[in-house]
Design a protein around this ligand. Structure first.
Ligand code: ADP
Ligand code: MG
Length: 275
């Protein structure tokens, strides 16, 4: 069976009058259904460019991006894209903000509306559905943005530094919240971040990119031993919450390993101050 996502030898450059900016060079990786992939790399290395290729908004210069075996631009309905800013509209209520994607795609009907209201309930926003974005905390706004994305029932979620606009404490709890929502709904997710701790606390695999033009430097599969309080006999790595992972003994081991990779790259590049 085809992978949920397959990236094959993808390269991409930006072209301007001043010249060419190579952003990605020969990137390959796959993600299977239910997998959570984190992509880390120095700022400016090409992470957002890579996500825009995965979303089908831009096409690779060479190589292929396949979703369920089909080119990404033919699979747009399967993709949900969440950005750093929540992009909620102040003049709309939280409910009507969350309904925006459905509205645009002409898919807002009594069924999808009740599914939306159920999600607002499940994720603690029921009492805020008639409020406006400025009346909510940063974390709640980010949850509303996620609900807007999930309402479209995408199979593949692309997350471009979705927590980085939040203060540290909110960020920890929203990261915890959102990654458990993604796990519960068994979505495949690709999270781009420059925050190593965030990557290690949520992902099954971390893909480390080099500085620009980005290449895949290393792929690290994360495995956390099961704490004694968890049930035995089943794969429990994925059951650890981000907060539990942060406290697990393996966490600092992975942190050091990824940090070393990024540092060795940064010391030989112009991005030295950005990791
Ligand atoms: P990251 O998300 O890792 O910070 P980006 O993918 O946004 O990096 O950008 C990668 C490189 O491509 C950067 O050097 C950036 O300046 C350049 N770049 C991004 N968008 C454009 C564009 N529209 N035109 C020209 N260069 C761009
Ligand atoms: Mg970016």
């Amino acid at each position: 069976m085809a992978h949920k996502l397959e990236v094959q030898n993808v390269s991409y450059s930006y072209h301007a009058i001043e010249g060419e900016t190579p952003a990605l060079s020969d990137i390959s990786f796959t993600a299977d259904t239910g997998e959570f992939i984190a992509i880390v790399g120095p700022s400016g290395c090409g992470k957002s460019t890579l996500l825009s290729l995965l979303s089908g908004l831009a096409r690779p210069e060479s190589g292929l991006v396949l979703i369920d075996g089909k080119p990404a631009e033919q699979a747009k309905e399967a993709i949900g894209y969440m950005l750093q800013k929540d992009h909620l509209f102040e003049w709309r209520s939280i409910l009507s903000n969350a309904a925006l994607g459905l509205e645009i795609q002409n898919r807002l009907d009594p069924d999808s509306r009740s599914h939306l209201i159920q999600m607002l309930k499940t994720y603690g926003l029921e009492q805020f559905q008639d409020k406006h974005p400025s009346q909510l905390s940063g974390g709640m706004r980010q949850r509303a943005a996620l609900i807007r994305t999930l309402a479209l029932k995408p199979d593949l979620l692309l997350l471009d530094e979705p927590f980085s606009a939040l203060d540290y404490q909110t960020r920890l709890s929203v990261c915890d919240d959102i990654s458990s929502i993604i796990r519960e709904t068994k979505k495949t997710a690709v999270l781009v971040t420059h925050d190593l701790s965030e990557a290690i606390s949520v992902a099954d695999r971390v893909i480390i990119l080099s500085s620009r033009p980005a290449t895949v430097k290393k792929v690290i599969t994360l495995s956390f031993s099961q704490p004694s309080s968890k049930p035995s006999g089943i794969e429990t790595s994925n059951l650890l919450s981000p907060m539990e992972r942060r406290n697990a003994p393996e966490f600092s081991y992975y942190f050091n390993q990824i940090w070393k990779e990024l540092k060795s790259d940064a010391s030989s590049s112009q991005c030295a101050d950005s990791v």
